[in-house]
Design a protein. Structure first.
Length: 500
């Protein structure tokens, strides 16, 4: 029998983008307009998280449809067609090219050619091997490559669902920000180009663990994600800096040890039993030439001077060190301690901007971090537009360089696409830095929140600050916009209090 008792509103109401974001409100007119103030959010079966997951799966499926011309014929009939249709994927080509079609064991069996062993990290190699097990043996090679791509696409769709759930749940009061990930055009276009979505999903799960105050779970997942792709290890840098400012050393140490332990558990067996195969990823990354999408390729093409891998490695490392120094400056001098995802986005973006190569699927690394660091639809879509233009630009440029009749995008046009990608990423970085320096402009903090995804850092007092952060207490936002919240208060060094 239904109860007549009225349900009290939640203490922490869900933030609705259609009420706070002009672009989201305008876009909502396609489905009936902004949500009303009397709407019962999450009262039905379609909770915000479920909606985000369904939309993400739908967009992933649309991305698979976009690959249909290649799936049907373009992957197997010459090279130019897969570029003119912008549906290229590494997955079917590496089925035979890396020995999976012949039953070779990654890292243990040589594959011949210029690359003697699989050049992917261990966990990604395991993912590829599982997909190969799911691929029927015998029969036509084309059909087997199609089946391998479908097996990988099915597994990657699971990763997409995990990613959507984690992003939607990281900020408890802002689940609808997950739609930024689910509806991102670059997400649909690049999800099945390579295996990056595996590491992206585990990184999102790690951030969810951290937001729930579980540094060990965060560390373990970051370690596993690093065993699939290198970039997740970069997130340990902002964790170190912010825990330093807040004096949360126990949580920081737990996360670091968890990451190192998980990475070793996955890598150590292959490292000991097949050392030559295991180090192939690191050898390949070090010796790889300056490649597509990078600022180094742009400089090389404009100046006409080739840049050696060693020189590019040196300058990329130097620029990353400068970026880490800049992040440390922000972390210790900002008037309010930066949110974890803000620094996480900035350090991964710095890696993307300085790396020797920018493959189109690398945008997946940034999409969930951007959605959490700067959940504003206008800025997110401006950046996504630049990334879609680069996605089209690289395939048309490859069509131009591989076709005999030079159909496609010439070098000047491709250079413009690279510049768009660089400027779009720098634009979003500049907005995130502004939100850190002027926290009143941070939409996540407008209601007086501190760091909704900060876990042990959320609401913590400062222990180590420099410069203007050491000034007297300020306030998060004008009183008319929400509660007045203190931050930046340096904790007196009371050693009788428990230290973390």
């Amino acid at each position: 029998m239904p109860s007549l008792q009225k349900t009290s509103p939640p203490q922490d109401p869900v933030v609705c983008p259609t009420r706070t974001d002009d672009v989201a409100a305008s876009g909502s007119e396609l489905i009936g307009g902004p949500i009303g103030r009397r709407a019962l959010l999450g009262a039905g079966r379609l909770s915000p998280v479920r909606v985000v997951v369904l939309v993400a799966i739908g967009m992933f499926a649309l991305g698979m449809v976009q690959k249909l011309p290649c799936y049907n014929w373009a992957w197997f009939r010459g090279t130019t067609s897969q570029y003119t249709h912008a549906c290229y994927s590494d997955i079917p080509h590496l089925f035979s090219g890396r020995g999976f079609a012949d039953g070779l064991v990654p890292y243990f069996d040589r594959i011949g050619g210029d690359i003697p062993f699989l050049e992917y990290p261990v966990l990604t190699g395991l993912f590829m091997e599982v997909a190969a097990w799911l691929t029927p043996g015998g029969g036509d090679p084309t059909e087997r490559e199609q089946a391998f791509w479908m097996a990988n696409a099915g597994l990657l769709m699971v990763c997409a669902a995990v990613l959507a759930v984690c992003v939607a749940r990281t900020h408890r009061r802002r689940p609808w920000d997950g739609l930024l990930v689910a509806l991102a055009p670059a997400f649909a276009l690049t999800a099945t180009i390579n295996w990056d979505l595996l590491a992206v999903a585990m990184t999102a799960a790690a951030l969810l663990m951290w937001s729930r105050g579980r540094p060990l779970g965060f560390g373990v997942l970051i370690g596993l994600a690093t065993a699939a792709k290198f970039y997740p290890a970069l997130l340990l840098v902002p964790v170190l800096l912010l825990c330093w400012r807040a004096g949360r050393w126990r949580a920081c140490g737990t996360a670091m040890l968890g990451a190192a332990g998980a990475w070793l558990v996955v890598n150590l067996p292959v490292m000991l039993l097949a050392p030559e195969g295991w180090k192939q990823f690191y050898v390949f990354s070090t010796e790889r030439n300056v490649d597509f999408g990078s600022v180094w390729l742009l400089i090389s093409q404009i100046t006409g001077e080739s840049i050696s891998p060693g020189t590019a490695n040196y300058y990329a490392l130097f620029l990353m060190m400068l970026a880490v120094a800049g992040l440390a400056y922000l972390a210790f001098t900002a008037p309010r301690r930066p949110r974890l995802v803000q620094l996480a986005f900035l350090i991964v973006a710095a890696f993307v901007l300085t790396n020797k190569v920018y493959s189109p699927q690398y945008v997946l690394w940034l999409i969930p971090l951007a959605a959490l660091a700067r959940p504003r639809w206008r800025d997110f879509l401006v950046w996504q537009t630049c990334e879609v233009m680069y996605f089209l630009g690289i395939w048309l440029y490859l069509a131009y360089t591989t076709s005999g009749n030079k159909q496609g995008l010439p070098t000047d046009g491709y250079q413009f696409a690279i510049v768009l990608h660089l400027l779009g990423t720098l634009y979003l970085c500049a907005l995130v830095v502004r939100d850190i320096l002027v926290p009143d402009r941070d939409g996540v903090r407008r209601d007086g929140s501190d760091d909704p995804s900060g876990g042990v850092l959320d609401g913590a007092e400062d222990d180590f600050v420099l410069g203007r952060a050491a000034h007297p207490v300020r306030h998060a936002a004008p009183a008319v916009e929400g509660p007045r919240v203190e931050w930046g208060r340096r904790r007196d060094m009371d050693w009788s209090a428990p230290q973390e």
